[in-house]
Write a protein that binds this ligand. Structure first.
Ligand SMILES: [Zn+2]
Length: 502
């Protein structure tokens, strides 16, 4: 019976977030080793999909839990965290015994403090541990930053087909199918075409034009019998790394010409729509004007630049300052990651006075702490819930302790740790209902549309300073290759030399 190892090492990095991601951030999400990967995380995200996929094989197959490490989006992983990854991989792959193949759930846009290509590094280390011949299929987020090292070290890679990301589990199933086809004799060959462009998440929905028809054709391409996987990687734009940009990856069954032709064709479909993916920039005062003028409620304002879903700090003060200075009949609801402010509120007690400088501590580059005066509402020992939807499937979220503070017309939820900024559950888990407010802030550029979209009276994309801003010229890029649109104007994208480098 074939024994298939299952690994997940997943985090999305924003390299402009000054707070490093450390071992404790992974431990907060739960570390799984050996059998625990199956017993505790066997229904979670891509791992659930891997196991479901393996069950459909005609021959019996044994899933073997190896390692599961996940952390929420944030700054780069510290060096000793990378050392820990390697020690855990070495130990757990050693304990797993004989394996016939590996399924690995990655994000694709994780960085180390000194490692621009974490997934390439991980795949290289894994390849070193399991040898050159073991079939290794990896799954990726469609915001992966794809490198030549990743392509070389994995046998094949598959990626999400949706944004908001609703197909983690299905992607796991697709990865297991690719592995099955490799055992049946398929010889995976990857064709990669890069595009010299980055775009913000705000208008990257795969469910509406202009991207919806392209992703539909991409899915059809994957269903061709010569094709193992088809991916458009819109990349995480907040990485200061060489060869940053969109990419198309087609994996064929030993049909490199067809792979190149398909990859080039999809790249050619993506390039002309780039202007349509540019958001209209609306600064905080204009966002508030529009939200207050909106019929019905809630008006949902997306703070994409501080999005915890994009690795932002989640502690921007720009919209908060604007809201505190306004009269907001119906009230506003917002969230902030600030463990010191949570401690201060718990010290003051429910009903106590709250005078404290909040925010601007994690992302201290684009925000500075804002002194506010208000009153402590409810206090919570744990702000947690189970996420199924954009960003997770049966994923346990724990934002630590929480406090609700009332400042002028603003209800401010303070939490200790970042979590998804895209789901109403971030508020509902402490008894706050977004529908009860005139204005609700989300810390997500796009994913929030999945759950807020159905009841939002208006959706407003804000342009505030932050380390996940779509105003790319505001970010301190130094290592990216140029030209890169929209930082540079480009005539014929195929003439850009760096996109052809490996
Ligand atoms: Zn993503």
């Amino acid at each position: 019976m074939k024994r298939i190892g299952i690994i997940q090492i997943l985090q999305e990095t924003n390299c402009f977030n000054p707070v490093l991601t450390v071992r404790g951030d992974f431990e907060n999400f739960g570390v799984g080793t050996g059998r625990e990967v199956l017993t505790q995380y066997g229904e979670v995200g891509e791992i659930g999909g891997f196991i479901e996929g393996l069950k459909t094989w005609s021959e019996p197959v044994e899933p073997v839990g190896v390692l599961r490490l996940q952390a929420w989006s944030g700054g780069p992983a510290a060096q000793d965290t990378m050392d820990w990854f390697l020690a855990m991989l070495t130990e757990q792959l050693g304990k797993a015994g004989r394996l016939d193949g590996l399924l690995i759930a990655l994000h694709g846009a994780m960085m180390g403090a000194d490692e621009p290509d974490m997934e390439g590094w991980l795949l290289e280390k894994i390849r070193g541990l399991v040898g050159p011949d073991l079939p290794v299929v990896a799954s990726l987020d469609l915001h992966a930053y794809i490198t030549g090292r990743m392509v070389r070290c994995a046998s094949a890679m598959v990626a999400y087909l949706t944004f908001p990301h609703m197909d983690q589990r299905e992607t796991g199933v697709r990865a297991a199918n690719v592995l099955r086809r490799i055992f049946a004799g398929a010889r995976p060959v990857s064709s990669l075409v890069r595009l010299p462009m980055i775009t913000g998440g705000e208008l990257q929905s795969t469910f509406v034009p202009p991207l919806a028809p392209i992703f539909q054709r991409l899915e059809e391409a994957e269903h061709r019998k010569e094709v193992l996987s088809a991916a458009i990687l819109m990349t995480q734009a907040y990485l200061d790394v060489p060869k940053l940009g969109w990419a198309v990856l087609i994996v064929t069954d030993n049909r490199p010409e067809l792979g190149s032709q398909l990859a080039d064709g999809f790249a050619a479909q993506c390039w002309p729509i780039r202007e349509q993916l540019m958001m209209q920039f609306l600064e905080a005062p204009a966002c508030l004007d529009r939200a207050l003028a909106c019929q019905g409620q809630p008006a949902v304002i997306a703070d994409g630049a501080d999005a915890t879903n994009s690795g932002g700090g989640g502690d921007s003060v720009h919209l908060l300052r604007e809201m505190i200075g306004r009269s907001i009949p119906g009230g506003a609801l917002t969230i902030m990651v600030d463990p010191q402010a949570v401690a201060h509120a718990h010290g003051a007690g429910a009903g106590g006075a709250f005078a404290f400088a909040v925010g601007g501590k994690r992302d201290h580059v684009f925000s500075q702490p804002l002194k506010i005066e208000g009153k402590v509402g409810s206090l919570h020992e744990k702000a947690g819930y189970l996420l199924t939807g954009h960003g997770g499937n049966n994923l346990k979220i724990d934002m630590g302790r929480a406090a609700v503070v009332q400042v002028a017309d603003v209800t401010l939820l303070l939490v200790e740790r970042p979590g998804p900024g895209s789901t109403p559950l971030m508020y509902r888990c402490v008894g706050l209902e977004p529908k009860d407010f005139k204005i609700v802030i989300v810390k997500s550029p796009q994913g929030f549309r999945a759950e807020f979209g159905p009841f939002a009276a208006d959706i407003i994309l804000s342009d505030c300073p932050g380390c996940a801003s779509s105003r790319f010229a505001s970010l301190p890029y130094r290592k990216i290759n140029r030209p890169l649109w929209p930082l540079d104007q480009i005539g014929d994208w195929r003439e850009v030399a760096w996109i052809r480098q490996n």
